[in-house]
Ligand binder design. Structure first.
Ligand SMILES: NC(=O)c1ccc[n+]([C@@H]2O[C@H](COP(=O)([O-])OP(=O)(O)OC[C@H]3O[C@@H](n4cnc5c(N)ncnc54)[C@H](O)[C@@H]3O)[C@@H](O)[C@H]2O)c1
Length: 301
């Protein structure tokens, strides 16, 4: 039996080396997160195989990584040789079967439970039984994916933040079924990528979003009560808390539609009024005011 000792959120460093080896990493999904995670893994020295459903998006992913690395070369933070070696470690495929020999597969497909369940079923079937399968989900229940994968002890959450190559934190979401070795391997990979790993129980929002969205909801309530303007609330949180941006600038950066989805997932799980989505946000989504990506959210861009 696997020991499953939880604390609510434990900052963890690998205490002992995982008996599992990890050299080859598969990435499923080539959206903003999949491409970023592939770059992080290749930069850390892993052999990476990126699975995209279409050849064109696979090529776009490699081009995006190339462009990011070129920017680092220009800034003097990476040499041309390092860039070439990193790109050489990235292969692409349109077939999930090509991930069969990976030691770790990180799934970064859209946030849709049925879609992810199907993917974990396929990965559980075709990957080696000792391969670790990780999901980058922000809000879905990891245990649902673990049981779909036939080897639930090998499934774990690895929640990278956007943009993955820049953000230092990865939340390791631990479902009830995960073995210590699986969590250990995830922590070791995160550490080799030069990032900080924190272990958190499989719970919606993990640490960061569960705390952040209470704060973001509070900011809208404050605005609606007329306590201050959105500009002044943003200025206050930057100047008073040393946050890089205020809540309304952050809403616009994340995307109002994404924020509504996160509020709904948190409320669905906890039934806590703190996470009730402010109605104003739904109206903004209906109006197409989705934030920076739409040119308009709380602010106009
Ligand atoms: N965007 C963020 O800021 C962010 C941050 C942390 C975690 N996440 C999580 O990462 C995951 C991916 O998010 P994203 O923002 O990169 O999404 P995205 O929409 O940018 O990319 C999703 C990718 O999956 C592909 N895809 C679609 N259907 C698929 C299928 N059936 N099988 C495999 N791939 C399929 C899409 O073509 C696309 O390349 C989600 O679970 C999301 O919650 C997102």
């Amino acid at each position: 039996m696997h020991e499953n000792v939880f604390s609510d959120a434990v900052v963890c460093r690998p205490l002992r080396s995982s008996p599992m080896r990890c050299e080859r990493v598969g990435v499923v999904g080539t959206g903003i997160m999949g491409a970023g995670i592939a770059e992080v893994m290749a930069t850390a020295g892993y052999e990476v195989i990126v699975r995209s459903r279409h050849e064109t998006t696979a090529e776009t992913t490699v081009m995006a990584i190339d462009k990011n690395l070129s920017r680092l070369v220009t800034k003097g933070r990476c040499t041309e040789d390092d860039k070439a070696a990193t790109l050489e470690r990235v292969r692409t495929t349109t077939s999930l079967r090509d991930l069969a020999d990976c030691d770790l597969v990180i799934e970064a497909a859209p946030e849709d439970l049925e879609l992810k369940r199907e993917l974990f079923g396929d990965l559980g079937n075709l990957c080696r039984p000792d391969a670790v399968l990780a999901t980058n989900t922000s809000t879905l229940s990891i245990i649902e994916l673990a049981v779909a994968a036939f080897h639930p002890e090998r499934v774990v959450g690895m929640h990278f933040f956007n943009p993955a190559p820049v953000m230092p934190l990865v939340e390791i979401g631990r479902p009830l079924t995960a073995s210590d070795e699986t969590v250990q391997l995830a922590l070791e990979v995160v550490a080799r990528c030069g990032k900080q790993g924190v272990v958190v129980r499989d719970s919606t929002g993990f640490i960061v979003n569960a705390l952040l969205f209470g704060y973001l909801g509070g900011a809208v309530s404050m605005l609606e009560r007329g306590v201050a303007s959105k500009e002044d609330i943003d200025t206050a949180m930057v100047g008073g808390c040393n946050f890089p941006m205020g809540p309304f600038a952050l809403y616009d950066l994340i995307g109002i539609d994404v924020c509504v989805a996160v509020f709904d997932a948190l409320f669905d799980e906890y039934r806590d009024p703190t996470f009730a989505c402010p109605p104003m946000l739904r109206r903004m989504v209906a109006a197409g005011h989705l934030g920076r990506k739409a040119g308009r959210g709380f602010y106009v861009y």
